[in-house]
Design a protein around this ligand. Structure first.
Ligand code: IPD
Length: 263
């Protein structure tokens, strides 16, 4: 199977997973706390993760999985790995914001090759195949190189990551002062993917797991944007890291702000 054919098959699975998310209704009785404040898992995170693992394994039986509700660490990256977040934006899901998604990436020998971020509430499938481009549903994404003052800036600050609160709000203040508007959307995967379509010109968060950003990373890069850690180093798939992503112009501006904030 070529990578394009594989992407078509993965997309069908992601879409079905999205339907499960759209029909789901978080029942407070079934919400579990993970580590730290406002770090939730619902029965649907688990159900959708299981659904994705079963269906994606039938496409690539040798593939391994890394995911928010499944295997969280890997020893080697020799073959194929699906990196999955069954519901990115779990708090939004619980509070019915309708700004949550299913995020699936495929890494081959640790290189991110394919990414899907699907928001079923808007029926928006952001996707990309390395070297082929990025799309929103059937429309190819052509990124306009917006500067901060021309665009909307977004950031993330998970309630459970209390150690970074002062630094992320110092950075958010810089974004607020220098952009058209500032947003905290609550789904890093969606908020990152939106860079591909010019809705956000930049996204900053100080601690994200690979399953929060892996799929969106392919989408951003294939659309013409940049995604790195805040200090400019490449993102890591072995552990969580900070994320700075944006159009080339906005990314460059934010790199300087990050250094000015003390890094
Ligand atoms: C969270 C969301 C949120 C971001 C957090 C993530 P989850 O993922 O992406 O926007 O700020 O850092 O953990 O827990 O909803 O899958």
């Amino acid at each position: 199977m070529t990578e394009e054919q594989l992407a078509v098959q993965i997309q069908k699975v992601v879409k079905e997973a999205g339907e499960l998310l759209k029909e789901a209704y978080a029942d407070r009785e079934t919400i579990f706390h993970k580590e730290g404040p406002a770090n939730f898992v619902t029965e649907y995170d688990v159900k959708i993760q299981d659904f994705l693992q079963e269906r994606l394994a039938s496409l690539l039986p040798e593939a391994e999985f890394l995911g928010e509700e499944g295997e969280k660490e890997k020893n080697g990256w020799e073959g194929d790995t699906f990196i999955i977040d069954p519901i990115d934006g779990t708090t939004n899901f619980i509070f019915r914001y309708h700004h949550s998604c299913v995020s699936v990436a495929l890494a081959r020998k640790k290189e991110l090759r394919i990414g899907f971020v699907y928001n079923p509430y808007l029926d928006e499938m952001f996707w990309a195949v390395r070297g082929q481009g990025a799309w929103l549903n059937g429309r190819k994404l052509e990124m306009k190189d917006l500067s901060l003052e021309q665009g909307v800036a977004a950031f993330g600050c998970a309630r459970y990551n209390t150690g970074d609160t002062d630094r992320i709000f110092a950075m958010a203040r810089k974004l607020y002062d220098n952009s058209l508007a500032l947003r905290e959307g609550g789904s890093a995967a969606i908020d990152l993917s939106w860079i591909g379509d010019g809705r956000n010109c930049v996204y900053v968060e100080l601690l994200l797991h690979p399953w929060d950003f892996a799929a969106a990373a392919v989408i951003i890069e294939e659309a013409g944007g940049i995604i790195t850690q805040c200090d400019g180093r490449p993102v890591t798939l072995d552990s969580s890291c900070s994320i700075l992503a944006g159009t080339p112009k906005a990314w460059e501006e934010c790199r300087k702000f990050w250094d000015a904030c003390g890094g």
